[in-house]
Design a protein around this ligand. Structure first.
Ligand code: GDP
Length: 297
């Protein structure tokens, strides 16, 4: 079971003017079949109907007047076909901009885009904005948020994570999709970028080491299975603990060294957590299967 129940993944469309950065964003990770490019000849009706999220990429280092008018056109068209699409605007290539400059850009783009919608009496269309760059983890962080909105079980996952960490003396926990390195859920305490980056680095290390030493040669794809786990001790008395949850998901936790002394308790709680997560996704698969059967009639 994967985050989307192993069946139909909600489609994420990546759009924007030429040279805005779409292919660079896609190159960063492997997200088979879920991200599609804007093709000017496409059939709007057909594409938008099956879309969960539409990401519109705007190059923040360029003049964005044209990008904003294309954004408006795209969003209004898509909304007419499918009012349930999440509209996500990536203000991209913000590396090289100072923090003040970033905030100023975001404020300006936010205002102009919403003014355009208001002029068209379409204030009900909601746009979300993210500052992104392929040169740091901001692009993964933004993508994580986009994907999280498409997961109907998110509140349940957050709840399970909250229960798990409070019973185990853990400070922060993430549920990661190992291949794309986006986190599909975390407990309700705030996320800081540095913690998130450490998780990504840890997943890289685990996969790299497993690639070198772990492959049996039979399995295709990533060397990641039920036995996958890793412990990294940071020099500030923090421990990072990674464990396999499902074929696609890993739990990455941060905890104090003292708390890690009770590893037996943590592992027992993890066992319960893992079972609960698997049930959450199993139910989803069953519901989807019965829906499919119904719609075939
Ligand atoms: P596409 O036409 O929308 O697919 O755009 P590309 O992915 O080909 O990117 C156009 C140019 O923008 C390339 O030279 C990329 O290297 C550059 N680019 C993409 N993402 C970023 C970014 O986050 N920061 C910076 N500084 N340049 C970027």
């Amino acid at each position: 079971s994967d985050p989307f129940g192993g069946e139909v993944k909600p489609r994420i469309l990546l759009m924007g003017l030429r040279r805005s950065g779409k292919s660079s964003i896609q190159k960063i990770w492997d997200f088979p079949g879920q991200i599609d490019f804007f093709d000017p000849t496409f059939d709007y009706e057909m594409i938008f109907r099956g879309t969960g999220a539409l990401i519109f990429v705007i190059d923040s280092q360029d003049d964005y007047v044209e990008a904003l008018s294309r954004l408006h056109l795209t969003v209004t068209r898509a909304y007419k076909v499918n009012p349930n699409i999440n509209f996500e605007v990536f203000i991209h290539k913000v590396d090289g901009l100072s923090d003040d400059h970033k905030i100023e850009k975001q404020r300006d783009i936010h205002k102009r885009a919403n003014d355009d919608l208001a002029d068209a009496a379409l204030e009900r269309i909601h746009l979300s904005f993210y500052l992104t760059s392929i040169y740091d983890h901001s692009i993964f962080e933004a993508f994580s948020k986009v994907v999280q909105k498409l997961i109907p079980q998110l509140p349940t996952l957050e709840n399970l994570l909250n229960i798990f960490i409070s019973n185990s003396g853990i400070e922060k926990a993430f549920l990661f999709d190992v291949v794309s390195k986006i986190y599909i859920a975390t407990d309700s305490s705030p996320v800081d970028m540095q913690t998130y980056e450490l998780c990504c680095d840890m997943i890289d290390v685990v996969i790299d080491i497993s690639c070198i030493y772990g492959l049996t040669g039979e399995e295709a794809g990533i060397p990641y299975d039920k036995e996958s786990m890793a412990i990294i001790r940071l020099n500030n008395t923090t421990v990072m603990y990674l464990k396999e949850v499902t074929k696609f998901l890993a739990l990455v936790c941060f905890l104090r060294e003292e708390s890690f002394e009770r590893k037996g308790l943590i592992d027992y709680n993890f066992h319960c957590f893992r079972k609960a997560i698997q049930e959450v996704f199993d139910v989803r698969v069953k519901v989807q299967k019965s829906r499919k059967l119904l719609s075939q009639r």
